[in-house]
Design a protein around this ligand. Structure first.
Ligand SMILES: [Ca+2]
Ligand SMILES: [Ca+2]
Length: 470
């Protein structure tokens, strides 16, 4: 360890002690609160041992990312002090294996993708496994309700759901799209959106639906193919979640917000009797109008009096973006209320604290809250570093080897992009965007994209000195 790094470590240690003592929300960098749980043994192919040897050990350095300009477009500019250093690992269990180069501050460039094509508030990007260029095709979903396919040969409008999608408030719209894991056989897409009520007498609500792509025309959704799986009344227009992700178990996971307003006025986060404030897990493989989904028998609250069997985990405020990694871990960024943004690794039956806790801090009541049975976040940060977390993905591509195995996440306001290395427990700021990054996407090769509300999509690439996209 260099003298400078040692100094940084001491500063971090002192800072951590100070934070622990006063519960001040203004940390110098995202704090690692706990280490992720071990990879589930039931997880599919990629083995735990393979991951342990390829994950980087990220070391703390005292060098602030000098090359990154401070964001100018943030809606809520926060006083951003120079980051002092990344936190030191909480557990010193540094893998002894040979490690590849660690990500360094400012080590990643953000390159405009798709020829600079811009979108209207893009919220989702993923591999699109059909058509003549299937291996190189992605879909991009816009919040207004359009879904495009981008491929080598051009682009196609796959679906225009705008007439059905409400954009009446900032957080309403088409919020998630997932391609069915058995798409090659069943041609199905899954969408989660706010329901337009201009010609609808129903309550404000979000909807999970299945659509079918034309078997003979890979860029057209079959008219009238929508099958409504689930509708959920939303008492307020904000905090709708949500992300649809299929797990390695073939089941559908959907992250739902607490119903909105502020401070969870109805106490949905801790109420197992509502799906609000939870991540649900349902079996849609045999979905039909008569039986849209089934509740898996091994869901944690099946048989619990008063609890909804769909719930997989709860105590969430607004899990905005979720992702499974290749090891089967489910990551989410849970947006905070006033003070703390957090990253969680979701486990079966977990209670992530809201609204008893915001991050690691008591929220209700402000002091002496009941922490019993709650799972702390993996990492958290305060208002000095941003205002609203955008949960990302574990990097499993090849373009940036130093990021291998690290969880990437960012902040919508400050544009800071962090890499969290699960094995060492360190967090490093690897880039900073001037744009509001609302979501992440990955292509078939595992390369990662940042989706900005300004319209651009930025691909994560090694720092080359040129073409960094800023
Ligand atoms: Ca409350
Ligand atoms: Ca929490």
């Amino acid at each position: 360890m260099t003298r400078r790094a040692l100094g940084a470590a001491l500063i971090v240690t002192a800072l951590a002690a100070l934070l622990a003592a006063c519960e001040d929300e203004s940390g110098g960098a995202p704090s690692v609160v706990s280490t992720p749980p071990p990879v589930a043994t039931a997880a599919p192919p990629p083995t735990a041992t393979a991951r342990a040897t390829t994950a980087p050990t990220v070391t703390a350095t005292a060098t602030p990312p000098t090359a990154t300009p401070s964001p100018t477009a943030s809606p809520t500019p926060t006083a951003s002090p120079a980051p002092t250093a990344t936190p030191s690992p909480t557990s010193a269990a540094t893998p002894a294996a040979v490690t590849p180069p660690a990500p360094e501050p400012g080590a990643v460039s953000l390159v405009p993708a798709f020829g600079g094509r811009e979108f209207e508030r893009p919220v989702e990007l993923g591999a699109y496994p059909a058509g003549p260029d299937a291996g190189n095709s992605v879909f991009v979903a816009e919040q207004d309700g359009r879904v495009y396919v981008l491929r080598d040969g051009g682009e196609a409008l796959l679906l225009d759901l705008r007439p059905q999608v409400s954009r009446a408030s900032n957080e309403e719209g088409l919020l998630s799209v997932a391609v069915d894991p058995r798409f090659a056989a069943n041609h199905r897409l899954w969408l989660y959106y706010s329901v337009d009520r201009s010609a609808d007498a129903g309550p404000r609500r979000t909807r999970l639906s299945r659509f079918t792509v034309d078997e003979g025309s890979p860029f057209a959704v079959v008219a009238g193919s929508e099958l409504v799986i689930l509708e959920l009344e939303q008492p307020f227009p904000n905090h709708n979640g949500g992300a649809i992700r299929f797990g390695p178990d073939g089941l559908l996971y959907l992250g739902l917000g607490d119903g909105g307003s502020a401070g969870d006025p109805r106490g949905n986060g801790q109420n197992l009797g509502t799906l609000l404030g939870s991540i649900i897990r349902i079996d849609v493989r045999e979905a039909s109008a008569a039986e849209p989904y089934r509740i898996p028998a091994d869901n944690p609250f099946v048989g619990t009096p008063g609890a909804r069997g769909e719930i997989w985990a709860y105590g969430l405020r607004n899990p905005w973006r979720m992702a499974f990694d290749n090891a089967g871990r489910l990551w989410t960024g849970d947006v905070g209320q006033n003070a703390l943004e957090e990253i969680d690794v979701i486990e079966r039956g977990g209670n992530y604290g809201w609204d008893r806790l915001e991050g690691t801090r008591c929220f209700e009541p402000r002091g002496g809250c009941d922490r019993a049975g709650t799972t702390p976040p993996i990492a958290e940060y305060g208002r000095s570093l941003g205002c609203s977390v955008t949960g990302g993905v574990v990097y499993e591509g090849e373009d940036v080897p130093a990021l291998a195995g690290s969880y990437l996440f960012t902040d919508f306001c400050s544009g800071r992009l962090w890499a969290l290395a699960p094995d060492s427990g360190s967090v490093v700021e690897v880039a900073r965007s001037e744009r509001q990054v609302a979501s992440f996407g990955t292509d078939a090769a595992g390369e990662v994209y940042l989706l900005t509300f300004g319209g651009a999509i930025l691909r994560i690439a090694p720092q080359s000195g040129t073409g960094n996209g800023r």
